[in-house]
Design a protein around this ligand. Sequence first.
Ligand code: ADP
Length: 279
Amino acid sequence: MEDIEHIEKKVKLMDASGRRLDGRKSDELRPIRVEAGVLRRADGSAYMEWGGNRVLAAVYGPREAHPRHLQDPARALVQCRYNMAPFSVSDRKRPGPDRRSVEISKVISEAFSSVVFAEQFPRTSVDIFIEVLQADAGTRCAGLSAASVALADAGVPMRDLVASCASGKIEGVVCVDLNKDEDNFGDADCPMAIVPRTGEIVLLQMDGHLTYDEFQKAMDLSIGAAHRIYELQRDALRRRYSVTLEDILKESPPLPPPPPSEEPLPPIPPEDDFGPEGI
Ligand code: ADP
């Protein structure tokens, strides 16, 4: 019987010209679309399509932290729950938390803890929910990038948005933004997230092996990609909050009709009406 290792070796992930199975070059991202403010009940929300990924993020807070014993008298808790819907992958995923979702929730909470001005909101929590509706690898990066837009949409004060992307290695070539086949059959996957304004890294993980040079190349690709994602995040927020003259005219009430023309002023009295002395 063929072992898994042997089957994996047979999957061809790149053609002779260096194009990947979906036609991308090594430094090319999958198509990305972001929308801010898509849920009415949440304080902030965002929806992101990233290649085959479909991710929804909702943010509540800062609100009183529950249970109370978790409250921090000095700062807000930044809590994240990442969840993959049972229908998000081709084999039905068992509903509910598992080791992987607990790990992803933790690393995303930590990434946001370093950008949110948590000390301004003691005893509260900022709750971030990420729901993966359709998964095609890179869901933690998509979830984190969407959650960042949702936090901004909720008006949570933070130093900057966080933008995230993964790079990895397939057939010995370092590539950005691996899809599911590349993630499954490739050699390494290295998700990361940065604060674009400062370049600070707030999430970095690695699955597989990269040499030092490959790691440097992967970081360069991911940082470049994160800056492009940052632009898309800002565009989504601009679209949500920018106001055109047309919007103002649409929303402002119609002007009241002009007041009826006033009575003509009474005629000026003759001079001897000013007083007996004629002052
Ligand atoms: P990420 O989605 O951040 O890349 P992983 O590397 O752990 O995280 O997962 C890669 C992909 O594997 C996921 O995007 C998803 O398509 C698939 N996957 C993860 N967990 C499951 C699961 N329990 N069942 C089926 N597919 C899964």
